[in-house]
Design a protein around this ligand. Structure first.
Ligand SMILES: [Zn+2]
Length: 507
């Protein structure tokens, strides 16, 4: 019988309950975090001094170096662990204008890992094209040459200053959006493996085909209100065509004009630089050695990288600053965790959880000794509690872990899964991984936008989040038992799917 099975049996006999969480020292941690906080100073340096931290950029490396040095200042050991990332991408200047039906400037920003316009201003009509399948693209093929393309109808968005939506309104809006998307895409898709692979290949080929057919570039709806931008991108999906995000209001106007038979005309130039070779990137790791089980580890994490339209504050310098502050608070308290605590600031999160996936793969042989991974990446708001991520048997455990910070508002334990951030990289290895629930504090507006800046951080909330991370991480480090592992599944390394033969544009 393995030790793990014995442990599991022991847990079945004695469920993790209130008596197993040792809350000793949590009052000291809360006092340090709430009364002598340095979290806003850390945040300000990361966002206003270092600035946006696009993975692969010089600022990213500066952030890795600075955070490593900070951990050492707190009295901990710290290091940077490398991984192979992908090609770099650098944003250059951009200028877009509507020429017709009347001239004015456009608010436009490039999607990442997309090409520029080759040093030229490109002028052409705006055309709505369904390029979602090879069949639909064939229908529109003749309209593409010399045009800027909208690949989907304008999104439906809610004015945040309008009256609150009723549940019925909200459901109707959702249904309308889905119906529109389904009609545009052609509903009833083949879900066989072959069909999915073909769709993936077409997804890679599409922009090469559009370029071959003479498109000037793609326009993407920012899909937010008040001219707020939105963007993403990855070295795993490099586009040979410019892809420019424009404000929803402009995109929606184009949609209305086209519907009434008026063709808008625009001019634009964007100068981006794509790297040619994969580069090395780093995660920053601070560590406090455990006194009793030093080979067992609790990880507190957030992503240090960001998009680059603002300064990457709410996504996710706030999380990074809270992780650093939790480390500082524990060091300043003089308390010693029984298990090792690692404070990891991942890079490459925005491009597909690349830094955390690399870390989890490189540390796969230690996965059984990682007690838990706790990630903070839902904006600037205070922590409200925890979503159980399928581990509903841990509801009582989380209620008990949060008990010392319940008075700070972090008391809600709920069933549910959180997606889209670094805890996901560890779950396939059976490691318990969680992402704290937070107040939104406008996160849906700020994230990935040009206003993701220091102004949107909330000092009291960040002090609270740091306290909650320090307390719950410390308690898990001192829990008498290792948590039972979750189910494992195979992790296939991510690879770049090349375009079909013959589609790479000749220089
Ligand atoms: Zn994030």
């Amino acid at each position: 019988m393995t030790r793990r099975l014995l442990l599991l049996l022991a847990l079945v006999a004695t469920p993790l309950a209130a008596q197993t969480v040792d809350t000793t020292g949590t009052g000291v941690l809360i006092g340090e975090a709430m009364n002598r906080s340095q979290v806003m100073t850390t945040l300000e340096y990361l966002t206003d001094v270092i600035g946006p931290r696009l993975t692969g950029s010089a600022a990213m490396k500066q952030a890795n170096d600075w955070t490593e040095a900070q951990f050492k200042l707190y009295g901990m050991t710290a290091t940077q662990e490398p991984y192979e990332y992908g090609v770099t991408w650098e944003r250059g200047p951009i200028a877009f204008r509507i020429d017709a039906p009347f001239p004015r400037n456009l608010s436009a920003h490039s999607w990442a890992w997309t090409a520029g316009t080759g040093g030229k201003t490109l002028t052409g009509p705006v055309v709505l094209v369904d390029a979602s399948t090879p069949e639909s693209l064939a229908v529109y093929k003749g309209k593409i040459k010399g045009a800027w393309l909208m690949l989907r109808p304008p999104a439906t968005i809610q004015n945040p200053d309008g009256p609150p939506m009723t549940a019925a309104d909200s459901a109707a809006m959702q249904a309308e959006r889905q119906a529109r998307a389904a009609a545009f895409r052609g509903a009833g898709r083949d879900t066989s493996a072959a069909a999915r692979q073909a769709r993936r290949q077409f997804g890679v080929d599409r922009n090469y085909l559009l370029k071959q057919y003479g498109a000037l570039g793609v326009l993407t709806d920012a899909s937010k209100e008040f001219g707020l931008m939105n963007m993403s991108g990855s070295p795993y999906s490099v586009s040979p065509l410019p892809n420019v995000v424009i404000a929803h209001e402009d995109y929606a106007q184009f949609g209305r004009l086209i519907e009434r038979g008026v063709t808008p005309k625009i001019s634009g130039r964007v100068d981006n630089t794509l790297g040619t070779k994969p580069v090395t990137q780093w995660n920053t790791i601070g560590e406090i050695k455990g006194t009793e089980w030093p080979d067992q580890v609790v990880i507190l994490g957030a992503h240090l990288d960001s998009w680059d339209l603002g300064t990457g504050t709410t996504d996710n310098a706030t999380g990074s600053a809270a992780v650093m502050e939790a480390a500082r608070v524990i060091m300043a308290s003089g308390l010693k965790p029984k298990r090792t605590m690692r404070f990891i600031l991942f890079s490459g999160e925005e491009e597909g959880l690349l830094g955390s996936a690399a870390y989890a793969a490189q540390h796969a042989s230690e996965a059984d000794k990682i007690q838990a991974v706790l990630v903070l990446d839902n904006g600037a708001g205070m922590i409200t509690g925890m979503a159980l991520q399928g581990r509903n048997e841990d509801a009582q455990l989380w209620t008990d872990l949060l008990a010392p910070v319940a008075a700070l508002g972090a008391d809600k334990v709920r069933e549910g899964n959180k997606g889209g951030t670094d805890h996901l990289s560890f779950i396939p290895y059976g490691v318990p991984g969680w992402n704290y629930d937070q107040e939104s504090r406008g996160y849906n507006h700020t994230h990935h936008s040009q206003i993701d800046t220091y102004d949107h951080a909330v000092p009291g909330d960040l002090r609270q989040a740091s306290a909650v991370m320090a307390v719950t991480g410390f308690e898990l480090a001192n829990l008498p038992v290792l948590l039972p592992r979750g189910p494992t599944r195979e992790v296939t390394p991510r690879t770049v799917l090349p375009p079909s033969p013959g589609l790479v544009a000749k220089k």
